[in-house]
Design a protein. Sequence first.
Length: 198
Amino acid sequence: MLKRFAIFVAVLVFLVNAVPVGATAVHSEKGASGQGLAADAFFDPSTTVNGITVTPFDDQGTIFDVVQIPSSFTSGTPFLLTFANINNGYGIFDCDNGTNGFAISADSTPVDIGSTCTAGPAGSNDAFVSFNEAGNTSTITFLGGAGAPPTFYFWTTDGNLTGIAPVTSSTAPEPAGLLLLACGLAGIALMRRRVIQS
């Protein structure tokens, strides 16, 4: 009996480590720098899309909406992003210009094309944010830590972002918490069965 329980726990631990909870491919980072010549890749003036202030970024004819979240983040603060279709993609919009907080063009002499981007190389700011996606929403939590930029910008396709709000309290349990509860209940059931059989 105890051997079966040990095997069950080992398989459960393997599955938890093999498949990251909530992992999806819909969020990815984009870099603002080097996306074409200054005439082809640039930030447009801020506008309002679905009631949200965004800065459109023209990536050589493809428009992305860039939004600042929040003006200065607090570690552990979650924000809920709501999309028309999350599968259109979203993620952190990095400046991709070393540690500089502005983007540059791909001209032979690069031109400063704007600062509506997260300071740091493309993908470098992943370590400071966690993503929890469900349906057409994503709860992003700022983790902080050494080297975290004071301001984050996120991208999505043009017109895709329909809502953004800080999360004040969470009533839904984390998937890892549910897994831990299930393991505890399974252990209690096995111990009870063992006591009854004795």
